[in-house]
Design a protein around this ligand. Structure first.
Ligand SMILES: N[C@@H](CCC(=O)N[C@@H](CS)C(=O)NCC(=O)O)C(=O)O
Length: 258
């Protein structure tokens, strides 16, 4: 596939000024795509840097000490990899409407909610463990010998066994939260204004309900993995998909480019 994004190799990007953003290339990776969208919405220019999903990424490691994506490096500041520190950098460097609620109680709610969805050991981490184990323990052990993601994200048989209950509990809470928002006439996830939480949910919703191929082409094996894991945790309330579709209609847009 021809990439719409012109990725720069890490060995070249490390000598460049400004913001460099390592992204999983040629793949609809939600951590990478949501970080990119956050900088784009804040109007922050950046150089996209190539990270290869599941690869050793030696040059990226030599530069940033990180193998995976996203990694945001601004000037000579320390690399940022967590969603919150990346969001805070975008808030600092960007302009226009903030993606963080002005009200302190809503900020607390946003940080907690996004952490449950995409933070370490949150919904997405546990869905990822379940996906890694979908083909059974033997295939997982073989894959783990070749793909560093298994060790990096904590895959083990006990972790996989625990993942379903953890993911299901968070999804239940999140669904109840969105229902409350809907009942209060709010079409955003936090308070009544669009914020970063809406952006994250839009991209990560694909783990539970994939976009059609025309809007987001992806390898068939990935699509199957997402569809199967969604069944494992009992599927996704259509209301959650209404919330993500609104965000992809505006201010984001489809088809996704990566
Ligand atoms: N650093 C992020 C997590 C990033 C992450 O999980 N990235 C994954 C998912 S997109 C990735 O790079 N996968 C490809 C790989 O590990 O090579 C955080 O702390 O929240």
């Amino acid at each position: 596939m021809d990439s719409a994004i012109e990725y720069v190799e890490p060995s070249v990007a490390r000598a460049m000024p400004g913001l460099r953003l390592a992204l999983t290339r040629d793949f609809p990776a939600p951590y990478s795509m949501s970080a990119r969208a956050i900088f784009e919405l804040r109007g922050v220019p950046f150089v996209p840097v190539a990270q290869v999903g599941g690869g050793a990424n030696e040059e990226l490691v030599a530069w940033t000490r990180h193998r995976n994506a996203p990694v945001a490096v601004y000037e000579d500041e320390a690399p940022r990899v967590g969603w919150l520190e990346i969001l805070q950098l975008a808030e600092r460097l960007g302009s226009g409407p903030s993606l963080v609620p002005a009200d302190p109680a809503e900020r607390v709610e946003m940080v907690g909610l996004v952490n449950e969805l995409i933070g370490e050991n949150g919904l997405v981490w546990n869905l990822r463990l379940l996906i890694m184990g979908l083909s059974g323990p033997e295939r997982a052990a073989k894959a783990a010998a070749q793909n560093p993601m298994y060790a990096q994200y904590g895959y083990s048989e006990p972790a996989r066994e625990a993942a379903r209950a953890k993911a299901t509990a968070i999804l239940e809470w999140f669904t109840a939260h969105v229902r409350r928002q809907h009942a209060a006439g709010r079409d955003t996830l936090i308070g009544s204004r669009f914020c970063a939480a809406d952006v994250y949910w839009a991209f990560f919703s694909q783990l539970l309900s994939t976009l059609p191929d025309a809007d987001c082409p992806m390898p068939e094996s990935l699509r199957k993995g997402y569809d199967r894991v969604s069944d494992v945790v009992g599927g996704c309330d259509p209301l959650l998909i209404e919330y993500r579709d609104r965000v992809f209609a505006d201010p984001l847009s489809l088809p996704l480019v990566f």
